[in-house]
Design a protein. Structure first.
Lengths: 535, 429, 391
């Protein structure tokens, strides 16, 4: 076994060395791409890969990205980079610059999904020995995703040289996967099944279901056993995944509702313009990103951090103006605030539509908000995770402001007994205006976060307003903790209903349950007690 | 008491004068054209662009001297995404403003709402959006795609080129996705796809939490067969759907998604880098390489004074419909509805993908089907183009409509002729 | 004696309003049908259809006013009752199409045929009969209101909580009716009606009759509402609105009073919906949208809640404005509408009619005070009492 491995490595090294020295030049093959259709190009990519020349890696990567062009005059293939209004051509093999040309002088070599798959497999094989650890890891990954018997020997060769534990483990898996579709002995395959089944998760499931029809009869029971075992694990993980999804949905509801918990819950204003505050927050994010894109692209990853105070100030200011201009005349007439704020919401929506146009605006995700990482058998996406963290941070900050600061004390005093508070020397109008501005500002901050997962359009607010009211009422008006518990429990309930009854019916059921729940507890989950309630 | 009577009278007068006011400006040397697209409410996001496109087309036509020597005049109204209001506004355009034809509607609900009005008042509507088929009215021209001009070629492409064997049909729960998915399911099963290899999933309008569904798709796709998603998800819900797809790491190479409601306009709100390779099927993409398209895009940018505004398929449909109407009016020498209805059938006008589109006797048009892959710049790279296909109003894959045809030429003049019974009017009674 | 006087005066107002409505019911169709199109007095069909729609909205606003203005229940879900009435009517109209649908299926509406339904769902049975459908127009909204109210009022859910759960109700119904599996045509709803009681829906005569029916039904409901609010029961109702606990302590069953009013109001809304559908030609789940119900609240507030004529005027005024502005200033009409709502809440908190009535009553009270001054010896009751009664 060991001897065989060594001889393999030797062979491979010879092969690699020789290809550097006198292997066929990949350039003619690359140039053929200019005339090839999709299926011919696929064959060509395979041929280029078998040459094994690592110098073609950049060319293949560019091909997958759609950055490979051919010159119209002589059908020579180049990589191209934008250089002002022109394109800079780069030799696909040597990487040397070949001068600049006008965009019209070259034609892009088109690529489709099949080709991308072929290129990915080819790159996997070519980059297994790369000096860069990350590249090796992704090479092993791409073999894991598109295994083939041909890749097996390459993986084994790379495995022997590998020193990094994590990369090694990944390569072991890639080897096992490739081995299953090769013609190696049953014993080796049995060992491979063992490796894959300890890998677990959806990926292993996919591999087993792919091979289960073609594998030797004698191995069938083991594959079936492994599938059953993984299925059992997955069921438990599914449960965890649902809780996670529920929390994530709950955190979105919490974000949407938390500003309302102040303007509606604490101040008693039926604030129909709340959704528009969220929307304004999202548009502030868009504006900030727009400025950053034009002036300081390197700040893009910080755009959300910059957008937070901007959104808070913008929406807080708008809230302040609304309170001073409209709502202050309506205290003590809560139902009429509904009408006035409804009017405000129509005006804000149309104003945004007039200024920015009715279409969606692009709000980008900074790199730390994109992608996902696996946690056991579940996938955690970064944006959802940060939104959960973010919403809880806002919640506890707000709680602190309300309970522990002098301003919070004033605010509670005014909302509980306006005249008494006024007699104690609190400037009630000022506190009212600040409180409404605070609620609006927090809605704006929520808009920053929601812009990461939803459309940024003039309709954004409308889609959250009803849910927000449900959350606040369900949790209990006037109680921040109620809003938290309400949002999370509605989120989780929704996500547990969704798989069994579907998204539409799930949502209807949640609404019906809220209606029934209110009959049981007419003042929500955490009802305020005392005489103030009756007022 | 007196006051109340006066008030009542004033109201009546106000209602009357509203209409009188509209009528007063009817000048004889212009031809009026109604533009019936929502400028507010949920559909404004898609429809406002079409309003702009129509105004541009009318302006361009006027530069060329108008039609029949008269200038065209656009009458724009806002039906506010409210379906009964669509019917009201249609009635207003036809009977008060006396428009020669109306260009408008987006959703099927709005079309269904105005259909009886157009038939009653005998006017013409050009409907520019892809739809579920199963309709053919004497007074409506469907210049968007019928299912066979979009859905079926897309599925064929995936099966042939990418070897897809397992299908997720995901859509928003309304009539277009339901019908399209019914047709697709019947079609796939007729091609030998097994029932367990098809997963159908519906979500509410404006659905924004896609975590569960995307992970279900992942689960469904890990059964060892090549899987693809056919998405009839409605406009607004697409952005969060694609964001979730990108974040959960579903790449086009693994599980491609082909969409019928996602065009350049929808992608404008998205970072498309993680989505490269996902597909869409339309009859037009902005990236089409044709001189007529380059010209159109240039005019559009000049008209909107914004060279970032994208063009999309419904705009092309509006373009075809408008030009067909102009040509038919010139052939008929009048804007009279009956004359135009006669002269428009068979009219061929250039489309923006470099070919021509012909108005067929079933009031649908011929168009090529393009399959495009999403690029990092928010545009589509066309990976397949079929020859022009005739829009099929009555699907061959639904049991109750496969015997129906539509032909509005005399002497048949029937929208639902049953070839099995030889009678007009469906099954007959 | 004085309360009797006021009662008579108020009833007089209602009678006049009902009279105007009846006159409109006769006059408008007559002007539409009998005068030539180029005559100065001609009312085009388009305007008549529009006015018919306003009258249906006015009836809906009246229904809301009954529970909100008189009983203090702010329902944000009245659009649901309206839509249910509309659906009941729509189902009758769909069944009347019979085999004239595009597929020629004698039993199934088109949307069921192309979604491969094989037989009519049970809840569609009976809707081919007009009397049954009309019964359902009242019963379906009434039953929903009854069960909803039964639970809600018994558990003493009130104030904003009640408003929000009525909103949840209409929102849930909207989502449900959007589902194609429900068998109500999904988002396209019910449309392309052919005839009603054998008459073509689109024919001029049918339209005229439908218009007249809307005006007459509005007049009838106005009189019924007036009878309710002017009766002893009506006084209790206002008591519930202003001081619910006190009325309860006086021994009234507040929940039953509320329930009765809520159910009557829902039935009014159902009738409005049923008249709306054949005139507009479509009913779809969009009518359940919470925003629609909020708009009804706005009409009522603009016109003046707590008066019976106010909501009618509010509904007609706001909708006429909407019709005009959506045509004249399509890009900017939302600013006007939004501005109107703010202005009304700030400057006319009692609504148009309420403000006028208030001014009128104040003037009358002044006059009465002056008269009382003159004829104190004649034994008229003290002024304060009169003013209170007038308020």
């Amino acid at each position: 076994m060991l001897i065989r491995l060594f001889s393999m490595i030797f062979l491979f090294l010879c092969f690699a060395a020789s290809s550097f020295a006198q292997g066929p030049d990949p350039k003619p093959l690359l140039n053929q791409l200019a005339d090839a259709n999709f299926s011919q190009a696929e064959t060509l990519v395979g041929q280029i890969a078998t040459i094994g020349d690592p110098r073609v890696v950049p060319a293949l990567e560019a091909f997958a990205e759609g950055d490979l062009y051919f010159r119209k005059s002589d059908k020579a293939v180049f990589l191209a980079k934008a250089a002002g209004s022109q394109l800079e051509l780069i030799d696909p093999v040597t990487g040397e610059s070949a001068g600049q040309v006008a965009k019209g002088a070259v034609t892009k070599i088109r690529v489709n999904n099949n080709l991308r798959r072929a290129i990915r497999a080819a790159l996997g094989g070519l980059t297994l020995m790369s000096p860069d650890r990350g590249v090796r890891l992704s090479a092993a990954d791409s073999i894991l995703r598109s295994p083939s018997a041909e890749a097996l020997e390459l993986v084994e060769a790379a495995l022997a040289k590998e020193t990094d534990a994590e990369v090694k483990a990944r390569m072991e898996e890639a080897r096992a996967v490739s081995l299953l579709s090769s013609d190696r002995s049953v014993d080796e395959k049995r060992a491979a099944i063992e490796t894959i089944s300890s890998l677990g998760g959806r990926e292993a499931m996919r591999i087993f279901s792919t091979v289960s029809s073609s594998i030797d009869e004698s191995l069938k029971p083991e594959v079936d056993k492994a599938i059953a075992k993984i299925q059992g694990q997955l069921q438990i993980w599914d449960l965890a995944q649902n809780v996670w999804y529920g929390m994530s949905l709950g955190s979105v509801l919490l974000l949407a509702a938390i500003g309302l918990a102040i303007t509606f819950g604490v101040m008693g204003i039926i604030n129909m313009a709340h959704g528009e505050m969220v929307m304004l927050g999202a548009y502030s994010t868009f504006m900030v990103q727009d400025v950053i894109r034009d002036n300081a692209p390197y700040l893009f990853d910080w755009s959300l951090a910059i957008a937070l105070p901007v959104a808070f100030l913008v929406t807080g200011l708008v809230g302040f103006v609304i309170e001073r201009g409209v709502i202050r005349f309506l205290y003590g007439r809560p139902l009429e605030t509904l009408l006035a704020t409804w009017g405000v919401s129509l005006i804000l929506q149309q104003a945004i539509r007039t200024i920015f146009g009715p279409t969606n605006q692009e709000v980008g995700n900074p790199s730390w908000m994109s992608g996902s990482f696996p946690l056991g058998g579940m996938t955690i996406t970064y944006n959802r995770m940060w939104i959960i963290v973010f919403s809880l941070t806002i919640f506890f900050t707000l709680l602190f402001v309300m309970k522990k600061t002098a301003y919070g004390l004033n605010m509670r005093a005014v909302t509980q007994n306006r005249r008494m508070a006024s007699s104690m020397g609190i400037r009630t109008p000022w506190v009212d205006a600040l409180t409404f501005a605070l609620g609006s500002g927090i809605a704006g901050i929520a808009g920053v976060a929601l812009s990461q997962i939803d459309n940024v359009s003039p309709n954004l607010g409308q889609s959250y307003i009803i849910d927000s009211f449900m959350v606040v009422v369900f949790g209990g008006v006037g109680n921040l903790w109620g809003t938290l518990v309400g949002a999370l429990s509605l989120g989780i309930l929704n996500k547990f209903l969704e798989p069994s009854v579907g998204a539409v019916l799930g949502k209807i059921l949640v609404l019906v349950l809220i209606i029934l729940f209110i009959q049981k507890r007419p003042r929500g989950l955490f009802a305020l007690k005392g005489r103030a309630v009756e007022a | 008491m007196n006051f109340r009577m006066k008030l009542g009278g004033a109201l009546l007068a106000a209602a009357l004068s509203t209409t009188a006011f509209h009528g007063a400006f009817a000048a004889d040397d212009t031809i009026k054209i109604g533009v019936l697209h929502s400028l507010s409410g949920t559909m404004a996001i898609s429809e406002t662009t079409l309003k702009d496109a129509m105004l541009m087309l009318i302006e361009e036509q006027n530069k060329k001297g108008g039609v029949l020597g008269k200038k065209l005049e656009a009458v724009v109204v806002d039906p506010a995404s409210d379906w009964p209001l669509f019917a009201e506004k249609a009635r207003q355009l036809i009977s008060q403003d006396k428009v020669a034809a109306v260009f408008g509607c987006w959703t099927s609900s709005s079309r269904k709402s105005v259909l009886p009005v157009f038939e009653e008042l005998n006017s013409i509507l050009f409907y520019p959006v892809q739809y579920e088929g199963e309709e053919s009215s004497r007074n409506i021209f469907y210049t968007g795609a019928a299912p066979n001009q979009q859905a079926i070629p897309a599925v064929d492409y995936l099966a042939a080129t990418e070897g897809v064997e397992r299908w997720v049909l995901a859509g928003t729960d309304y009539v277009y996705p339901q019908t399209t998915n019914k047709i697709l399911k019947a079609y796939l099963m007729s091609k030998g796809v097994k029932e367990e290899d098809i997963m159908v999933n519906y979500t509410p309008f404006g659905h924004s939490d896609w975590q569960t569904i995307v992970s279900d798709i992942k689960k469904f796709g890990s059964a060892g067969k090549k899987t693809a998603v056919v998405s009839t998800i409605n406009g607004d819900a697409n952005v969060p759907f694609y964001k979730e797809l990108g974040n959960q790491g579903i790449k086009a190479e693994d599980i491609p998604v082909v969409a019928f409601s996602v065009g350049e306009e929808e992608l404008a709100g998205l970072d498309t880098k993680p989505l490269v390779g996902h597909l869409a099927a339309w009859n037009y993409f902005q990236s089409v390489d044709a001189p007529v398209n380059a010209e159109f895009i240039k005019t559009w940018h000049a008209y909107t004074k914004n060279d970032k505004r994208v063009t999309n398929d419904p705009m092309e449909a509006a373009y075809i419909g408008f030009n067909a109407w102009v040509k038919a009016v010139e052939a008929a020498g009048t804007t009279d509805t009956d004359a135009v209805l006669d002269s428009i059938i068979g009219v061929a006008v250039p489309n923006l993908s470099g070919g021509t589109s012909t108005v067929m006797p079933n009031h649908h048009i011929t168009k090529p089907v393009l399959i495009g892959e999403i690029q990092a710049d928010g545009q589509f790279d066309i990976v397949q183009e079929t020859p022009a296909v005739v829009g099929d109003e009555w699907s061959d894959y639904l049991p109750d409509s496969k015997d129906l045809i539509s032909d509005w030429r005399k002497p048949m003049s029937c929208g639902n002729f049953n070839v099995a019974t030889g009678k007009c009017g469906g099954k007959g009674s | 004696m004085i309360s009797g006087f006021i009662l008579r005066a108020l009833e007089g107002k209602i009678v006049i309003a009902a009279g105007i409505l009846l006159a409109v019911a006769m006059l408008v169709p007559a002007l539409n049908l009998l005068t030539p199109p180029d005559s100065a007095f001609h009312i085009p069909t388009y305007v008549m259809a529009l006015m018919g729609k306003y009258l249906c909205y006015a009836l809906l606003a009246l229904a809301l006013d009954l529970v909100w203005g008189y009983c203090g229940i702010l329902s944000l879900g009245h659009g649901a009752f309206f839509a249910l009435g509309g659906y009941a009517m729509g189902m009758y109209l769909m069944r009347q199409i019979g085999s004239r649908g595009t597929y020629g299926n004698p039993d199934l509406p088109d949307f069921m045929v192309f979604l491969n339904w094989k037989e009519l769902p049970w809840f569609w049975y009976g809707f081919d009969m007009f009397p049954f459908a009309m019964l359902m127009v009242l019963v379906v909204p009434g039953l929903l209101a009854f069960f909803f109210g039964w639970f809600a009022f018994r558990s003493r859910v009130n104030g904003v909580y009640l408003s929000i759960i009525t909103q949840a109700m209409t929102y849930a119904l909207m989502l449900a009716f959007f589902r194609n599996d429900m068998g109500f045509g999904g988002n396209n709803g019910l449309t392309d009606f052919k005839d009603i009681l054998g008459f073509q829906v689109q024919a001029g005569g049918t339209r005229a009759v439908l218009f007249a029916m809307s005006a007459i039904m509005l007049a009838l409901c106005l009189i019924v509402a007036s009878a309710i609010t002017r009766s002893k029961f009506g006084k209790v109702l206002v008591g519930v609105r202003d001081a619910e606990s006190r009325v309860r302590f006086l021994g009234f069953r507040v929940e039953n009073i509320k329930l009765f009013t809520f159910v009557v109001s829902a039935m009014f809304a159902g009738i409005a919906g049923a008249l709306f559908v054949p005139q507009v030609g479509i009913i779809n789940p969009g009518e359940f949208a919470p925003a629609n119900s909020i708009e009804v609240v706005v009409w009522t507030a603009v016109g003046g809640r707590g008066t019976l004529i106010g909501p009618i005027i509010g509904a007609i005024l706001v909708n006429a404005g909407k019709s005009y502005f959506t045509g004249a200033f399509p890009e900017f009409w939302l600013f006007a509408l939004g501005g109107l709502f703010i202005a009304v809440t700030l400057f006319l908190p009692k609504g148009i009619v309420g403000t006028i009535q208030h001014g009128w009553n104040a003037r009358k009270a002044l006059k009465a005070a002056a008269e009382a001054e003159k004829g104190r010896d004649a034994g008229t009751p003290p002024v304060t009492q009169q003013v209170q009664a007038a308020e």
